[in-house]
Design a binder for this molecule. Structure first.
Ligand code: ADP
Ligand code: MG
Length: 289
C-alpha cells in the first residue's frame, strides 16, 4: 500500500501544476543528483527565427529562401518553421526524393537540383572552405544555430537561426543550482552554439552534437558514473532518454510520446514548477523517515 504522505505529496505537486505518475516517481524524484535538460523548447522558447542570411556562390536571397522553405515543407522540426516563415505565403516548388536525416537536416531535389539543408555535420568537409567555416563558428559563438544550404554540391547559404532562452529559465536554473543539483544541457545542436546558450542559462555541463538515438545513451553514461538522473524534455526524440532516466519529466505542451513516457509532467511551461515539484518530493520523503 502507498503511504498516505506520498499520496498527499502527489496531490501537493498537482496543486503546483505538476502531474506525478505514481508513488515511485515521487520517491525517485527525491533522490536526484543530476538534472539533464533538452535545449530546444525546454530551456529555449522553441520558436526559432532566421536573423541573418549569408550568401555564397552567386546565390540570391530569394532563391535560397525558396529552396530552404521548399525542403522544410516536409519537416516538423522547429527550425523548419523558421525557414517557412521566412518564405511568407509564397507558392513553393515541389520537392522530389525528400528525406529527413534525423538530428541533422533534410534533403531533396527541386527542379532537378540536389539540395541539402542542415547542420555542418551533414555536409562533406570539403564543401566548407575555411572562410565559410570561420563564419559558421563566429555565428554559433553568439548563440545562433547555423543552418547550411547546399545546392548541386556547393554551399549557397548560411542561415543564422535564433531561439532565445525562455524568460524564466535563468532564474529557475539558478534555484536548482543553489539547491545543489548538477545541471546538464543535452542537445543535437553543435557544441559552439550549445556552449553559448549554456553560459547564458548558467548551465555548467554541455553534451552537444548528440543524434536522437544517442540521447538515452548519454543518460546511461551519467548513471554509470553513479548519478541519479532526471531528464527534462518535450520532443518525440526525447522519449527514449526520458525512459532511460531515473525520472523522466515532460513539458505538458510537448509531444504525446514524451508525456506517456514521463514519470512527471509539468502542466505549466515553466521550469519553476520543476523546482517546486522537486522540493515537494524531498519534503514528502523526509517526513516519512
Ligand atoms: P535538438 O537537440 O535541439 O532537438 P535535433 O537533434 O532535432 O536538435 O537537431 C540537431 C541539429 O540538426 C539542428 O541544430 C540543426 O542543425 C539540424 N537539423 C535537424 N533538423 C533540421 C531541419 N528540419 N532543418 C534544418 N536543420 C535541421
Ligand atoms: Mg528537440
Amino acid at each position: 500500500a502507498t503511504p498516505m504522505s506520498i499520496i498527499a505529496g502527489v496531490g501537493r505537486a498537482a496543486e503546483y501544476g505538476v502531474l506525478v505518475r505514481d508513488a515511485d516517481a515521487l520517491q525517485r524524484a527525491s533522490t536526484l543528483s543530476t538534472l539533464v535538460f533538452d535545449k530546444t523548447g525546454t530551456l529555449t522558447e522553441g520558436k526559432p527565427r532566421v536573423v541573418e542570411i549569408a550568401l555564397y556562390n552567386h546565390a540570391t536571397e530569394q532563391q535560397v529562401i525558396q529552396w530552404a522553405a521548399s525542403l522544410e515543407q516536409g519537416s516538423s522540426h522547429p527550425l523548419a518553421h523558421a525557414l517557412l516563415e521566412k518564405a511568407g505565403g509564397q507558392r513553393l516548388p515541389a520537392v522530389e526524393q525528400f528525406r529527413t536525416l534525423a538530428g541533422q537536416g533534410v534533403s531533396g531535389k527541386v527542379n532537378d537540383i540536389d539540395l541539402l539543408l542542415g547542420s555542418r555535420g551533414l555536409m562533406a568537409p570539403q564543401m566548407i572552405p575555411d572562410d565559410i567555416g570561420e563564419q559558421i563558428d563566429r555565428q554559433a559563438a553568439t548563440g545562433v544555430t547555423p543552418v547550411l544550404l547546399a545546392a548541386g554540391g556547393r554551399i549557397v547559404a548560411l542561415f543564422s537561426i535564433r531561439d532565445p532562452l525562455r524568460e524564466e529559465s535563468v532564474s529557475a536554473l539558478k534555484r536548482l543550482r543553489d539547491g545543489g543539483y548538477q545541471l546538464v544541457m543535452l542537445t543535437g545542436d553543435n557544441a559552439i552554439t550549445a556552449g553559448a546558450i549554456a553560459r547564458e542559462a548558467g548551465v555548467d555541463n554541455v553534451i552537444a552534437g548528440v543524434l536522437p538515438e544517442g540521447k538515452a545513451e548519454a543518460i546511461r553514461h551519467l548513471q554509470q558514473q553513479g548519478r541519479t538522473v532526471a531528464m527534462i524534455g518535450d520532443g518525440i526524440n526525447d522519449a527514449p532518454a526520458l525512459a532511460q532516466a531515473d525520472v523522466g519529466i515532460a513539458m505538458g505542451s510537448g509531444s504525446d510520446v514524451a508525456i506517456e513516457t514521463a514519470g512527471m509532467t509539468l502542466m505549466r511551461h515553466d521550469l519553476h514548477a520543476l523546482v517546486d515539484a522537486l522540493a515537494i518530493a524531498k519534503a514528502t520523503l523526509r517526513n516519512m523517515k
